[in-house]
Design a protein around this ligand. Structure first.
Ligand SMILES: CSCC[C@H](N)C(=O)N1CCC[C@H]1C(=O)N[C@@H](C)C(=O)O
Length: 349
């Protein structure tokens, strides 16, 4: 079944006749049009139209199998109005601004507008073979770049220099960084989102590098924590504990597993090492057209793993004023269990 067919089934289950898609990643997922922020898609049970403007006439025709209507608002909404009269039309409540919703109400007075959440996102959680290949390629590039840059992580280098070397190599390969690079050394390692600073790396530091490539619109995500010189005994112990939690959670990945149970498994191991409080975020998330997408590997999540999902497993321990450790792998859920897509070494060198 194509994603569009899946969406129509989901619309029927939600009691919708049509859906107005405005989230850029969802626009891309449904239409193939890569400039999703400048597009919208209207899907009915019998039709699907891509709305974008004249800057994208050629690109829309090249990238999307959908009929494109080239115009700017309000002409787009006026074009759609007649076919929608009397219908229940979903809009993406967690993406549309209040002003944009007012526009829909003004131009579609005979439409019943229904806010929906996660309709397309839940379909995106299970990747197509082409999407899996795109994430695989992005991760392979990230692994290659990490191997090239690893020798540069040494005493005297600045975090920003490491980050810019990674970015440059990704750019040269036709990709870009998937997010603001996290390079957090020494005590800065206690910040889970410690983007690279001008701190000079010291002998004995642990350095957390959280990086991803964005290639053909798809992302990868991986974290390695590396030692510069010989780390202190306490941080070496923390490293071993995080690695134990990470490897145990990866081994537990298979279809049917509740993501909340995976988070619990990793958290319990860290708690056993006295580090439960130091694990300050969820175990992971889905990765695809966005770095953070469904499923969520949070303790409160109701998500269940299915073949074709691509997730991160990334426990960490953060000790304010001291430092931190995070180890993250990118994992494909397969029929029989899992495949780890990230191959960079994890021993604390
Ligand atoms: C700004 S993108 C960060 C990518 C990173 N690998 C990542 O997802 N991190 C870093 C530490 C926590 C984790 C994160 O942000 N998790 C989210 C989903 C959460 O809310 O726990």
């Amino acid at each position: 079944m194509t994603r569009l067919q899946e969406l129509r089934h989901a619309m029927a289950r939600a009691g919708l006749d049509a859906v107005w898609i405005s989230d850029p990643a969802n626009v891309r997922a449904v239409s193939g049009f890569s400039s999703g922020k400048d597009g919208k898609v209207l899907v009915t049970q019998g039709d699907a139209t891509l709305y974008t403007d004249a800057r994208y006439t050629v690109q829309a025709a090249e990238e999307s199998p959908l009929t494109a209507f080239i115009a700017r608002p309000p002409a787009t909404l006026e074009h759609a109005a007649p076919a929608l009269a009397g219908l229940r039309v979903g809009f993406e409540a967690d993406h549309l601004t209040v002003a944009a919703l007012e526009d829909l109400r003004d131009h579609w007075p005979q439409v019943t507008l229904v806010g929906v959440q996660g309709l397309v996102q839940s379909l995106r959680a299970v990747k197509t073979p082409g999407e899996i290949q795109a994430v695989r390629d992005a991760q392979a590039l990230a692994d290659r770049v990490f191997a090239e840059v690893r020798p540069l992580i040494e005493a005297g280098a600045r975090e920003l220099e490491i980050a810019s070397e990674i970015e440059l190599r990704l750019r040269r390969a036709g990709a870009q960084s998937a997010f603001d690079l996290i390079v957090a050394s020494g005590p800065r390692g206690a910040m889970p989102h410690g983007v690279a600073s001008d701190r000079v790396i010291q002998d004995g530091d642990l350095v957390t590098v959280d990086m991803g490539a964005q290639l053909r619109g798809y992302h990868s995500d991986m974290t390695r924590t590396v030692a510069v010189g010989t780390p202190g005994a306490e941080m070496a112990r923390v490293y071993r504990a995080v690695l134990e939690a990470e490897e145990a959670a990866v081994r537990a990945v298979k279809p049917g597993v509740r993501t909340a149970d995976l988070d619990r498994l990793a958290r319990d191991i860290l708690t056993g090492h006295g580090l439960g409080e130091a694990f300050a975020h969820s175990l992971g998330h889905g990765v695809g057209l966005e770095v953070h997408e469904a499923p969520s590997l949070r303790g409160t999540s109701d998500d269940v793993l299915q073949p074709g999902m691509i997730i991160t497993i990334e426990p960490g321990a953060y000790l304010p004023g001291v430092g931190g450790v995070r180890i993250e792998d990118l994992v494909l859920v397969t029929e029989g269990g899992y495949e780890v897509l990230s191959v960079s070494p994890k021993e604390l060198l």
